[in-house]
Ligand binder design. Structure first.
Ligand SMILES: NC(=O)c1ccc[n+]([C@@H]2O[C@H](COP(=O)([O-])OP(=O)(O)OC[C@H]3O[C@@H](n4cnc5c(N)ncnc54)[C@H](OP(=O)(O)O)[C@@H]3O)[C@@H](O)[C@H]2O)c1
Length: 281
């Protein structure tokens, strides 16, 4: 059997000790790994970018509107001794992905002296809440384009630009497990992302590419017009149904994603990892 494609490229046994030492692609390759985080200008994506850099990865963040915030994230990573860059991308416009791929290729060559990334984190997204009776086609399409269609086709487009042995982390939501009024479209699309993730894991295993979902609970970011961060009442309600007794903050999530982009997570594949402090358990 050839294990090379599963990231396991050499093994030898210290027979006297009865220990198997395994050398992995990452250990044999001194080059820094590169992670691309969509929506890395603020909120969860920003924390993911910073935590990935802390773990020694180079980082490319994308932003849609907040270019200064994205530049600040890059500066913070560079101040810490890492390498980073920011690119503009609207993940809801599939027709722009060819242009984005071209820009990414250029940046990888010019700034990182390489041709491929190792990890893709599909994080970008905005909120939208309406009861089923009030959902319109345009409301549906707006969320659909960003939260599922964009995730699907951006991943497809970037797969040729990914090294074997890397990984994909898709950001879902606690709302695929528990239901809250007004989130039928958003939560259904996140459920689609979770299913897509399992298919990615299944189809990309031969390349040693892992695919996992991280599902945050309710987190106090700008998301959904900062409705949780700006409402004490909502915060109390979330605290009351969360085992750890508080709503989440961005710093609760980035480290989970960063872990999935390390060798320590090399056997974690096709999983949905919820980070919600034990919401509605
Ligand atoms: N906050 C929560 O309670 C929560 C819970 C579960 C899951 N999530 C998920 O976590 C992810 C990040 O949410 P967040 O809380 O960090 O939100 P946030 O603070 O509002 O940040 C959203 C990020 O996504 C980018 N973005 C939004 N729409 C985009 C688009 N169409 N194309 C490209 N980039 C876009 C924004 O870019 P700009 O800064 O340039 O505008 C920003 O970087 C989302 O997928 C969300 O569904 C959030």
């Amino acid at each position: 059997m050839n294990f090379a494609n599963n990231g396991l490229i050499a093994a030898n046994s210290a027979s006297a000790l009865g220990i198997i030492f395994v050398k992995t692609n990452q250990q044999m390759d001194n080059k820094k790994k590169i992670a691309l985080v969509t929506g890395g200008s603020r909120g969860l994506g920003k924390d993911m970018a910073l935590r990935l850099a802390q773990k020694g990865l180079d980082v490319i963040v994308t932003y849609r509107t907040k270019d200064q915030e994205a530049k600040d994230v890059v500066a913070q990573i560079e101040q810490g001794g890492g390498k980073a860059t920011a690119l503009s991308l609207d993940t809801g416009v599939v027709s722009s992905f060819d242009g984005f791929t071209g820009q990414l290729t250029q940046v990888l060559r010019d700034h990182f002296n390489t041709e491929k990334i190792d990890f893709l984190v599909n994080n970008a997204g905005h909120g939208g809440y309406l009861p089923v009776t009030e959902v319109t086609e345009s409301f549906f399409d707006d969320l659909m384009n960003v939260h599922f269609k964009g995730v699907y086709f951006l991943t497809q487009k970037l797969l040729p630009l990914m090294n074997d042995g890397g990984g994909i982390v898709n950001i879902s939501s606690g709302l695929t497990r528990v239901s809250m009024p007004g989130s039928s479209v958003y939560a259904s699309l996140k459920t689609a992302v979770e299913t897509f993730t399992r298919y990615l894991a299944k189809e990309l295993g031969t390349r040693g590419i892992r695919a996992n979902t991280v599902a945050p609970g309710a987190i106090m970011t700008d998301f959904g017009n900062a409705r949780l961060r700006s409402s004490e009442e909502m915060q109390k309600q979330i605290s009351s149904v969360t085992a750890l007794g508080r709503p989440g903050v961005a710093e609760d999530i980035g480290g989970v994603v960063a872990f999935l982009c390390t060798e320590d997570a090399r056997w974690v594949n096709a999983q949905r990892i919820e980070a919600s402090g034990g919401m509605m358990v």
